[in-house]
Design a protein around this ligand. Sequence first.
Ligand code: ZN
Length: 77
Amino acid sequence: MKYLIIVCPYCGGYQAIKVGQKSKSCPYCGRRFDTLHVKVIARAENASQASMLIRYYKAKKAGLVDKLYGRDEGTRA
Ligand SMILES: [Zn+2]
């Protein structure tokens, strides 16, 4: 099962949906929205990758990526 990482159109919260899922209730603000019109920020191959990506984007939004993942991720010589 593949997943999409999306942004809630109401509160901006990051969350995962299954590919093909048509609607979603946001776990943060509780509002239901149509997934056809939301912003997809990443794709995941499985549920654990999806939750890892959500953690990553939350950290990025909070400005914690440098602390948690290192400044030049994957490009260190
Ligand atoms: Zn929301």
